[in-house]
Design a binder for this molecule. Structure first.
Ligand SMILES: Nc1ncnc2c1ncn2[C@@H]1O[C@H](COP(=O)(O)OP(=O)(O)OP(=O)(O)O)[C@@H](O)[C@H]1O
Ligand SMILES: [Mg+2]
Length: 186
């Protein structure tokens, strides 16, 4: 099985000299569900930001679909790996829930009825089907987090990374995240 995401000897040092990753070897295959667990500041977010090229390794390699990300453009990687940020407010920018979810899928070239269906399905999956006209910032934190998730789900990428998806969710929200993950794996 070709690993969907693979790192070998991955190291990363931030520009200010902070070493966040050292010698990370990881293989994630198609259809696999992987949880990355670690203390605050252990480098989880730094690691996953390498999967879609938001960060570029300072040591070692990262491959997606068998191809090194160093040789791929961020725009092209965005088609393959969707990353839902830990902080939704670093992701959300549109004036309405619908436009927010349309943006990423629209960027990938989806249009018309196909785009509308993707947006509707993603919003239904995260339970925001009744909020399409809302301003994202009128939603509470937990629903903004679900909105950020819907934006990535609508893109239909073959890999989806959820960074701390249950932060700020109540029991119902956690159940919802669980159901979303299950449907992705299915
Ligand atoms: N932009 C940055 N510049 C410098 N250092 C950073 C930057 N972002 C993160 N770090 C540092 O890199 C290390 C790893 O941080 P990272 O956010 O990847 O950890 P994490 O496991 O996701 O933490 P958390 O559980 O709090 O989300 C930490 O020491 C952090 O302070
Ligand atoms: Mg983090």
């Amino acid at each position: 099985m070709t690993p969907q995401i693979e790192t070998a000897g991955l190291g990363f040092v931030y520009p200010d000299g902070t070493r966040a990753l050292e010698g990370v070897d990881l293989r994630i295959g198609s259809g696999e569900l992987v949880a990355i667990i670690g203390q605050n500041g252990s480098g989880k977010s730094t690691l996953v930001r390498h999967f879609n090229g938001l960060l570029r390794a300072t040591e070692g390699t990262v491959s997606v679909g068998g191809m090194p990300v160093a040789r791929r453009h961020v725009a092209e990687l965005a088609r393959t790996v969707g990353v839902v940020f830990q902080n939704p407010d670093r992701q959300i920018f549109a004036g309405s829930v619908r436009r927010e979810v349309e943006f990423g899928a629209g960027n990938l070239g989806y249009r018309g009825a196909d785009l509308a269906r993707r947006v509707t399905d993603a919003l239904a999956l995260v339970g925001l089907g009744d909020a399409v006209r809302h301003n994202p910032y009128d939603l509470g934190f937990s629903r903004r987090k679900l909105l950020a998730m819907a934006s990535v789900l609508a893109m239909g990428t073959s890999a989806v990374v959820l960074d701390e998806p249950t932060t700020g969710q109540d029991a119902r929200g956690v159940d919802r995240v669980r159901a979303i993950v299950r449907s992705l794996v299915d």
